[in-house]
Ligand binder design. Structure first.
Ligand code: HEM
Length: 207
């Protein structure tokens, strides 16, 4: 039986993750960085939502209670869903110049295309997890125990997320001198990559 206290504390963790990601994004891109407040609703919020979504999905795999795990997984998937819609709106050279190749008719670069493929695959794995969750909720006979639904699919979402951000941002990761315009704070793509790897390594403790 899932204890209500554990579900509340899962929501507190998810809220904390989102607030930390949002404050960091505002600090790096607006307070210390080159963007102004008008870029908060879409460009900067997209960074906070994508990082928080990835971290929440990672956290959900560690939760012992099935209800808390599903709740965190659904909130993480919702954040990534919002990230995808927001990304579609800003995926243009005016916002994300370095993903486009001016020598090739402003098409996406090879790394940009591969990154988007990793993102789309990650979204596909997330949809698979959502499908399995809905199926389990609808079926009366299926086991409603504490075991994870398709644990390897959750891992695949994190792996796709890690590849997606690495392909977009790795060239900045080993050149801290390039972070000067952003208050010397590390890029969110690097932090997102580390987040995905940490959650891939961590294992859920048995009850
Ligand atoms: C159709 C699927 C997807 C598309 C089109 C997409 C698009 C994008 C774009 C354009 C960026 C760069 C944003 C920027 O630099 O401001 C980005 C960054 C990011 N994406 Fe995705 N994405 C998709 C799926 C995913 C998935 C499934 C995850 C995680 C599970 C994810 C996590 C992230 C993270 C953490 C960032 C780094 C945030 C940043 O520094 O901007 N994305 N994505």
């Amino acid at each position: 039986m899932d204890k209500p206290g554990e579900q509340v504390s899962c929501l507190k963790w998810v809220g904390l993750i989102f607030v930390v990601c949002l404050i960091y994004s505002i600090l790096r891109y607006i307070t210390l960085g080159p963007e102004d407040l008008s870029q908060l609703p879409l460009y900067v919020m997209n960074k906070a939502l994508s990082w928080a979504g990835l971290a929440t999905i990672g956290l959900s795999r560690l939760l012992r209670q099935a209800v808390a795990r599903k709740r965190a997984g659904l909130i993480g998937a919702l954040m990534i869903g919002l990230h995808v819609v927001m990304s579609m709106l800003i995926l243009k050279p005016e916002y994300l110049r370095k993903f486009f190749d001016s020598m090739n008719g402003m098409k996406l670069t090879g790394a940009g295309e591969m990154s988007m493929l990793a993102g789309v695959l990650g979204l596909g794995f997330l949809a698979w997890l959502l499908w399995a969750t809905v199926e389990q909720l609808n079926s009366s006979s299926a086991s409603k125990g504490n075991a994870s639904l398709l644990p390897w699919v959750g891992r695949a979402v994190l792996i796709c997320g890690a590849l997606h951000v690495a392909l977009l941002g790795w060239d900045n990761w080993f050149a801290p001198e390039k972070w000067g315009n952003y208050g010397h704070l590390p890029p969110i793509k690097l932090l997102s990559f580390v987040t995905a790897v940490v959650f891939l390594i961590l294992r859920r403790r048995s009850a």
